[in-house]
Design a protein around this ligand. Structure first.
Ligand code: ATP
Ligand code: MG
Length: 561
């Protein structure tokens, strides 16, 4: 939640505060205007948090409006996912969901108004010609040969466009502004184009569709939006935004303000590019945990509160920058440190045989679910003469710094005894298949005789396990700024997903199996390994899959760019 401190320190709040000083009865209204052409990502979350939190802070409202002016790219499945994600974040839009397409009749009338004022015309230049005529930053544009048609002619031609009497690309409606404007956007921008594609809302009613710039400002006005917040790349579009409002008969004039978009290290935040990754099968879908879509982050184990905390931390400014990935991870790690149940899991098992224990040796240990929070309860683990430890926790050949199990040396099993590695067994390919150890039964909860506490490792008893798959995610890109690269596909990290087949403790596994169909997210800290959550999508009752949400410590910062 934003607090009142933020009311003063973010530049948008300063603007709003001034507006309230001028008008105490201002009925403050924002909107979140997604285009339903993909799933929401963490960048959208920044915009959602900003718009909804401001509405809350200033006792106003925030609308959800689908900016659905391009049926070629839109899909009802995107609408459903966007609604789901906003609800998941915990925000409630004001009243009904809005669609720009609801306003198509009104927008058509406003377009006619512009024509009647001599401020819009039907053009027959094709896309390439329009681009060519537009000129560049250094050279002015050229007028279209169709620019000086009569108003009457333009009205008739626009009607013909609407009736479907032209083919796609054969005609468009353009504003008549200034082909030599220093703002290229003002060089007779296209307002309407012809598309013969069924629209998810208006079906086959229209074959002309307003452009974003025309629809957006008018939709904001129709909805009584007071502060229309968008990202910096729309800065130049603001003159067009204001021009359209000025020259049509709308009475309410919203104000547009721009803030910098979120850029996140190692990430792509463009729906178009994310779709390329999916279409090329580089990732599994919009909810792949390796991309920062909200569905991907959710699947990876991020919570709404951690995402909101992140959005609050990064703040809102006009400075473009690249946010450290570690900042996002910090937010979820901090939360899971408090909430995740501690348990032991072995990702890459190797057997340890404790030769001095009886074959039927079976001890129960009651261990805490969280070391600092007794209210989170306890669970039971079983200790027997054959256990699994992590393969990486034993080394036959080692240097002095190696602080885990080695031949002739001691190690403490977490919550249990100190053992000494005495022998190893290998298969014919020279792979270690088991480690034979001595278990000192006088060391439970006690220091060894020499008073030196050896390092601690985790373990599970071989016959007290449930098998599980562990999915370890790394960055999808091996550079920090893939978004800036022309060929971002060149920088894919081939090891962004590593799957391990190991084991979890039986009691924990059984609890998860009972809940797996309830779609409840369960979070764990597998001791010494990281924070994990159950993958609700691919897991089956008899095949549990865990996603690594985040490592125990920040691992990206030390990496080279
Ligand atoms: P993309 O480039 O991912 O397709 P977009 O801007 O085309 O993004 P929209 O659906 O039009 O996506 O965005 C809805 C709202 O979210 C807009 O107000 C937009 O400014 C905002 N938004 C999108 N990406 C970001 C981002 N990276 N940071 C902050 N706000 C964003
Ligand atoms: Mg957009």
């Amino acid at each position: 939640m934003m607090n009142t401190k933020i009311k003063n320190n973010n530049f948008i709040c300063q603007i709003i505060n001034k507006d309230f000083n001028k008008n105490k009865d201002l009925s403050f209204r924002t909107r979140f205007p997604p285009e339903p052409n993909g799933y929401l990502h963490i960048g959208h979350a920044k915009s959602i948090c900003l718009n909804f939190e401001l509405a809350h802070l200033y006792k106003g409202q925030c609308n959800l409006r689908f900016d659905d002016t391009n049926p070629l790219k839109e899909n009802i499945k995107y609408i459903d996912s966007i609604k789901y994600d906003i609800n998941w974040l915990g925000y409630k839009w004001y009243g009904e969901i809005r669609y720009s397409s609801e306003y198509f009749s009104k927008l058509y009338q406003y377009a006619q108004e512009l024509i009647k004022k001599g401020l819009a015309y039907v053009d027959h230049l094709n896309k390439e010609q329009i681009r060519e005529y537009r000129g560049t930053l250094n050279t002015p544009g050229k007028n279209s040969p169709y620019r000086n048609r009569t108003i009457k002619e333009n009205i008739e031609l626009f009607q013909k466009m609407k009736k479907g009497e032209f083919s796609e690309g054969e005609a468009c409606l353009r504003a008549k502004i200034d082909m030599s404007s220093s703002f290229i956007i003002m060089r007779d921008p296209v307002l309407y184009r012809i598309i013969f594609t069924k629209h998810h809302q208006t079906k086959k009613k229209w074959c002309i569709y307003p452009m974003y710039d025309f629809a957006h400002c008018l939709s904001d006005s129709i909805e009584g939006i007071t502060h229309s917040l968008c990202t910096l790349e729309f800065q130049d579009n603001k003159c067009l935004y204001n021009w359209i409002l000025k020259h049509t008969s709308v009475t309410h004039h919203p104000k547009q303000y721009e803030f910098s978009r979120l850029n996140l290290e190692f990430s792509i935040l463009s729906k178009r590019k994310l779709k390329i990754l999916i279409d090329k099968n580089i990732i599994k879908g919009w909810d792949d945990p390796r991309i920062p879509t909200l569905s991907g982050l959710r699947r990876k184990g991020y919570t709404p509160s951690s995402i909101k905390e992140f959005c609050q931390k990064i703040g809102v400014t006009k400075q473009n920058n690249l946010i450290e990935f570690g900042m996002l991870e910090y937010c979820i790690r901090k939360e899971l440190n408090q909430t995740a149940i501690r348990t032991m899991a072995i990702l890459e098992p190797i057997k340890v045989f404790l030769y001095n224990l009886d074959q039927n040796h079976k001890e129960k240990f009651i261990v805490p679910n969280h070391p600092d929070n007794p209210e989170m309860g306890t669970h039971e683990i079983i200790f027997t003469n054959t256990i699994y430890i992590e393969r990486s926790d034993f080394k036959e050949k080692y240097d002095k710094k190696y602080k885990r199990l080695k031949l002739g040396e001691k190690i403490r099993l977490r919550y249990s005894y100190i053992i000494t590695a005495e022998k190893i067994e290998k298969d014919k390919d020279n792979n270690i298949i088991s480690i034979i150890c001595y278990c000192d039964l006088h060391t439970l909860g006690k220091k060894p005789k020499n008073n030196k506490n050896p390092p601690v490792i985790h373990w599970i008893s071989v016959n007290n396990t449930i098998p599980a798959e562990f999915r370890l995610y790394s960055q999808l890109f091996n550079i920090k700024n893939p978004e800036q690269q022309k060929n971002f596909l060149f920088y894919i990290n081939p090891a962004s997903l590593i799957k391990k087949n190991g084991f979890i403790e039986k009691k924990i596994g059984e609890t998860i199996q009972k809940k797996i169909n309830d779609n409840i997210k369960l979070f764990f800290q597998f001791e010494r390994i990281g924070y994990f959550c159950i993958d609700n999508i691919d897991s089956k009752k008899n095949y549990l899959i865990f996603n690594r949400t985040v490592s125990l410590r920040d691992i990206w910062n030390s990496k080279k760019n």
